[in-house]
Design a protein around this ligand. Structure first.
Ligand SMILES: Cc1cc2nc3c(=O)[nH]c(=O)nc-3n(C[C@H](O)[C@H](O)[C@H](O)COP(=O)(O)OP(=O)(O)OC[C@H]3O[C@@H](n4cnc5c(N)ncnc54)[C@H](O)[C@@H]3O)c2cc1C
Length: 457
């Protein structure tokens, strides 16, 4: 679609929509962002309460793209960025009720009791294993290449930590494309890791393993708030979009606002909202994409934040936190030691813990009432870390639809989304159900959407 009309409506003021809108304003677009909540950020928000800093969604991000530096410089927040404390490179996995650090050196690998000798020897076969014949789940891929024990005690907890997902359900190709490429392009994970370094260097990208972890002194919300401030009155809050209609060559978007229904028109519309919301809005434009989007599963996740007196915790809290394999049969997915990783999370003498429960593994746990959840999480933390007192502070945030699961067959979903965009020029789908779920992935997806629009002008 060639058009010099530079009007665009962005639906959704999470990090994806805000970044797309911000870049478009820099290209002299006339942008309106419609966000249904009364603060911007979507999943990325920070709360300050009783001396604690609580990130209710992402607690940190990996510096996987140079776009971050570009944005933070341009927004004037680069000086507020903080990198994770070095000790947080240490990550633990629970096995038989005990925390084991993930080994970071060959000697530590040989010594660790996280995996048996048999499990470790199995890894040596990896370079000699051929490519898959068809699509695989991450569980099938890992079991085939690295063995069952590595799946149970490394990848299973990792998938719970990133996607709040089940490795048996997620497509390796769609959910972990870089891992998949190592086999596809180089024939194996070890070979690919070595050769892939060169490629990333050329693209100035960082692998997720080597990228630095960051947040801000005032939490991740600093980023989305700064984007919101920069957009000024182009960001309209408390505006829930209820319909999109195509009228001649433009789109009319209707939103419910505190002052009644309002209509907005533009040549282009970017939908940066979760798939089930986009499905609803697109029914009148294309029922088939609506059907595809409505099938994307977002499991519920509840974030339980606790503040304990540091003296009450016997573990040294010398790391990022721990993840829990499904085999351990616990009621939590893992805990981040928030006050070890970044400064300014608690008052002196207190430690902050961010625990996630639910996900695809145990969605039913999120259905407990608040006091039961507090009890469940405290009991788990107390038994894992040796905590002698009740928490001094708690904060709970429930995400009913937390993270999209890139399930088996997801490549087809992506193809349908691309086909939809080709058939409906002027409509763009840009959110975390496409191109990756991490904050860095969302930023890169927003940039791709903007570049696509610029090519059409
Ligand atoms: C609990 C949790 C922990 C996470 N931890 C990490 C982490 O540590 N590191 C990391 O990199 N990533 C993490 N993620 C993932 C990452 O935060 C998200 O993928 C990302 O923030 C999604 O951004 P988005 O803009 O695509 O979507 P969202 O943040 O979901 O934004 C969508 C916006 O659209 C709005 N909206 C919906 N419907 C309408 C409508 N009809 N009209 C107007 N507005 C509407 C919503 O209110 C929302 O603000 C986490 C996610 C969650 C939920």
């Amino acid at each position: 679609m060639k058009s010099t009309d530079r009007s665009c409506i962005v639906i959704g003021g999470g990090v994806s929509g805000l970044c797309a809108a911000y870049w478009l304003t820099h290209e002299n677009f006339d942008v309106t962002v419609l966000e249904r909540e009364d603060i911007p950020g979507g999943a990325m928000k920070t709360v300050r309460k009783d001396g604690y800093l609580i990130d209710t969604g992402p607690n940190s991000s990996l510096e996987t793209t140079p776009l971050f530096d570009e944005l933070f410089n341009s927004l004037g927040i680069i000086d507020r960025r903080v990198y994770a404390n070095e000790s947080s490179n240490k990550r633990y996995i629970l096995r038989n009720g005990k925390l084991h650090p993930i080994p970071m050196s060959p000697v530590a690998f040989l010594k660790t009791k996280l995996w048996s000798t048999k499990g470790k020897l199995r890894l040596l076969k990896e370079p000699f294993i051929g490519r898959a014949n068809g699509e695989e789940s991450i569980a099938q891929f890992v079991e085939r290449r690295l063995g069952r024990e590595f799946l149970d005690y490394a990848i299973n907890p990792f998938v719970a930590g990133v996607y709040a997902g089940n490795p048996e359900e997620l497509s390796v190709r769609s959910a972990f494309p870089k891992l998949y490429r190592l086999e596809e392009v180089y024939g194996g994970l070890i070979k690919g890791t070595i050769k892939g370094r060169k490629e990333r260097k050329q693209r100035a990208e960082q692998s997720k393993q080597s990228a630095k972890m960051f947040s801000f002194i005032d939490g991740m919300g600093t980023f989305t708030n700064a984007l919101g401030n920069a957009l000024g009155d182009r960001l309209i809050l408390s505006a829930k979009v209820i319909s999109i209609k195509k009228k001649k060559q433009a789109f009319t978007v209707t939103a419910e606002t505190p002052n009644g229904k309002k209509e907005y028109s533009a040549k282009r519309v970017i939908l940066s909202i979760p798939a089930h919301h986009a499905a609803h809005l697109l029914t009148s434009i294309d029922s088939s994409i609506s059907d595809t989007l409505s099938k994307i599963y977002y499991p519920p996740v509840t974030m339980v934040f606790f503040g304990y007196k540091t003296d009450a915790v016997s573990h040294p809290l010398d790391g990022f936190g721990y993840l829990i394999p499904a085999k351990e049969q616990r009621k939590i997915l893992g805990t981040i030691w928030s006050s070890t990783i970044f400064p300014n999370r608690t008052q002196e003498g207190y430690a902050a813990f961010t625990t996630f429960v639910g996900g695809s593994r145990q969605p039913e746990v999120t259905e407990n009432d608040e006091s039961t959840l507090r009890e469940i999480v405290h009991n788990e933390i107390a038994s894992i870390l040796g905590v002698s007192e009740e928490p001094e502070f708690y904060y709970i945030k429930e995400w009913k639809h937390a993270i999209p699961q890139y399930k088996f067959g997801y490549a087809d979903t992506i193809k349908k989304i691309e086909q939809f965009e080709r058939s409906h020029p002027g409509v763009y789908l840009c959110s975390n159900y496409r191109g990756g779920i991490s904050v860095g992935d969302c930023v890169m997806s927003a940039r791709r959407t903007v570049d696509k629009i610029l090519q059409e002008i």
